[in-house]
Write a protein that binds this ligand. Structure first.
Ligand SMILES: *Cc1c(COP(=O)(O)O)cnc(C)c1O
Ligand code: SF4
Length: 344
């Protein structure tokens, strides 16, 4: 994953960029990029945490300050900290953990365009993210070969020639790291394809940087003729602040379908209490749980794995505690399968 700072430095002269920067763009640039800074803030010792510089070199560390502020001071097991902390366990080789566990590379009719499922196509529109999640299944995705305006032109041409595509998904990286003008333009080009009915955006920015939900974003997402869906990617109720709820309210009022997708992560959300609290809090914020994903087995993430047996027990507890509409579908992505495969 390319660092945001590198990308911007090549695209926009510093001074011009400064003039145009919105609050969220400044917050993106101001993210913590050194684990030591974050640990100092939290009053934690690197040695006791298993922190690894080598892990941080293989996949850069990046955490928005607003997200860091939600971590508990002095708690080495904080579930938000554990999602972002580069640890030595990432360097262990584990059988079955590979660079592209979900078969992304084999599912690209064009670089940056993924087509796995009937009627739905996914555009990788950027490699940049506000936060770097250690469990990310696209940790090793070759973004350099997939993104850019020429790639996007080619992907849109391919979509124009695909009459069965009724839903276009914006993904990445995080698509909402792009500026609103670019996104509005992209959405207009997608909306010009007559067969497309729905626009889905998968982003972790509403959670990690709620100030990203700007009036301009609300405009392009809700004024298109396409039926808009935003999938927010929260893993723990501690991520869902009052600011998050406030940021989403106008989207909901504008008719955007709001869904959540989580990854089941050991040491982060693998308990019935945490998962129940997450579903409840999502509903308070107007978001329905959609998927709970079994970890995609990407190299360096084995320490997050939860056994399927244990996951099924967790799901059983969720079903006991919650109405059916607050129980996420527990799925695993299997390369070559025609849908995300239900596990429980
Ligand atoms: C996960 C995924 C989708 C969406 O699948 P849904 O089951 O509709 O949420 C679409 N395209 C690709 C390439 C995906 O990986
Ligand atoms: S925001 Fe998404 S794409 Fe980016 S690092 Fe996290 S999981 Fe990966």
């Amino acid at each position: 994953m390319q660092s945001l700072d590198q990308r911007r430095a090549c695209m926009i002269p510093r001074s011009a960029h400064k003039l145009e920067s919105a609050d969220w763009q400044i917050a993106l640039r101001d993210a913590y990029t050194q684990p030591a800074e974050l640990l100092a803030l939290l009053g934690l010792e690197a040695a006791a945490l298993g922190l690894s510089d080598a892990a941080a070199r293989s996949f850069a560390f990046r955490v928005p300050r607003a997200y860091a502020a939600l971590m508990q001071h002095g708690d080495p097991h904080d579930p938000l900290l554990r999602q972002v902390l580069p640890v030595a366990a990432e360097l262990r080789q584990t059988r079955g953990y590979v660079s592209d566990p979900v078969g992304d590379l084999a599912a690209q009719p064009q670089p940056g365009l993924l087509h796995k499922y009937q009627g739905r196509a996914l555009l990788v529109v950027t490699g940049a993210c506000a936060i770097h999640c250690r469990y990310c299944f696209r940790r090793e995705f070759p973004y350099g070969e997939a993104v850019g305006s020429a790639r996007l032109d080619a992907a849109l041409l391919a979509l124009a020639a695909a009459p069965d595509i009724e839903e276009v998904i914006l993904s990445g990286g995080d698509p909402l790291t792009l500026r609103d003008e670019r996104l509005a333009n992209l959405v207009a080009r997608v909306a010009a394809l007559p067969q497309v009915r729905r626009l889905r955006v998968h982003s972790r920015l509403a959670v990690t940087l709620p100030s990203r939900i700007t009036p301009a974003l609300i405009r392009w997402l809700s004024s298109t003729r396409l039926a808009p869906v935003l999938v927010v990617h929260a893993n723990h109720a501690h991520e869902l602040t009052a600011e998050f709820a406030r940021a989403l309210a106008p989207l909901r009022a504008a008719g955007v379908t709001l869904l959540n997708q989580s990854v089941l992560l050991r040491g982060v959300n693998d308990s019935p209490e945490v998962l129940v609290a997450l579903s409840r809090r999502l509903h308070d914020c107007g978001v329905l749980p959609y998927y709970l994903h079994a970890l995609d087995r990407v190299r360096g993430t084995a320490h997050f794995a939860v056994s399927t047996r244990r996951a099924r027990l967790l799901l059983h507890a969720l079903r006991q505690a919650l109405p059916g509409y607050l129980v996420p579908r527990f799925v695993r992505e299997i390369p070559g399968a025609a849908f995300k495969v239900p596990l429980g």
